[in-house]
Write a protein that binds this ligand. Structure first.
Ligand SMILES: [Ca+2]
Length: 282
């Protein structure tokens, strides 16, 4: 047994001795403590009485960099160590168009018509459907288009029970407007042009104007580069970049059936768990 007694001669405990005693008691005390039980913990917030599902808020960037071309032509997309500086047919370009379908331009939109052919399944050699979906993805998509497709299936401009049309993002006619040039002996495999080169220029001519893809059958590296307002001057043809999706023969795995309709969906619809998401602001 350890006994505490006042220092010799004082008859009283000093403050130091009292503190030492308290510390010793804390170390040696066997006072019972209740062990924790699972009922002591709860998923319910301490300030509330009802539980609720956990929510996640995504605050995504919405800056102007997203309204530039998705495929910059100065990256190695397929990771083979070689810079992909133009359209490369061995790559499946992601976007609003289906890479394995051929499109005809009718009623101010691109309509999938027949399946693509060729070594990589991207060639379109029938005159009725001359546009390769894979080529159009490379030639028209902006970064925000790909984000929209990943998150919620793409921006719908037509959304009826029988028809769904997606629309390319609004691209300002300033330095955001971008051109894409392809030169090769197989231009006619992907486009209506039989020339050796094609230049596509993407912009909106005015705020909320039609999302245009202007085309000419030549190599014009200055089309989107010399003036403050870009992609101006003569073209061979102008196309509105709207595309019919989730059609009856669609191979797009992002199409989901709702009753008699098929609609493009993304991560939000797939994982939303019944919550409504205000994704239209993106
Ligand atoms: Ca490469």
């Amino acid at each position: 047994m350890i006994l505490f007694k006042p220092s010799a001669g004082s008859g009283r405990f000093s403050l130091s001795e009292v503190l030492q005693f308290c510390f010793f008691w804390l170390l040696t005390s066997t006072a019972p403590y209740a062990s924790a039980a699972s009922s002591d913990y709860s998923a319910i917030p301490s300030q509330g009485t009802t539980s609720s599902p956990p929510l996640v808020l995504f605050a995504l960037s919405f800056d102007h960099e997203l309204f530039k071309k998705a495929y910059s032509d100065h990256t190695d997309i397929d990771g083979d160590g070689v810079m992909d500086i133009t359209y490369t047919d061995t790559i499946d370009y992601y976007g609003y168009f289906e890479s394995d379908w051929c499109y005809t331009y009718t009623s101010s939109r691109f309509q999938p018509s027949v399946r693509a052919t060729g070594t990589n399944g991207h060639s379109c050699t029938t005159s009725g459907a001359p546009w390769s979906g894979n080529f159009l993805n490379w030639g028209t998509m902006s970064r925000i288009d790909l984000i929209r497709k990943v998150l919620y299936g793409g921006m719908r401009i037509t959304d009826s029970t029988t028809l769904t049309t997606l629309e390319r993002a609004e691209i300002p006619f300033d330095f955001h407007a971008f051109s894409k040039i392809y030169t090769g002996s197989d231009v006619e495999d992907f486009t209506p042009y039989s020339s050796s080169s094609i230049t596509l220029c993407n912009l909106n001519q005015s705020q909320s104007g039609a999302p245009l893809m202007r085309a000419k059958g030549t190599n014009d590296p200055n089309w989107a580069g010399l003036s403050r307002v870009r992609c101006q001057g003569a073209s061979d043809a102008d196309y509105i970049v709207r595309v019919v999706v989730c059609h009856s023969g669609s191979t797009d795995s992002s199409c989901q059936t709702y009753g008699s309709s098929s609609k493009p969906v993304g991560l939000i619809q797939t994982y939303h768990g019944g919550f409504w998401a205000d994704y239209r602001q993106l």
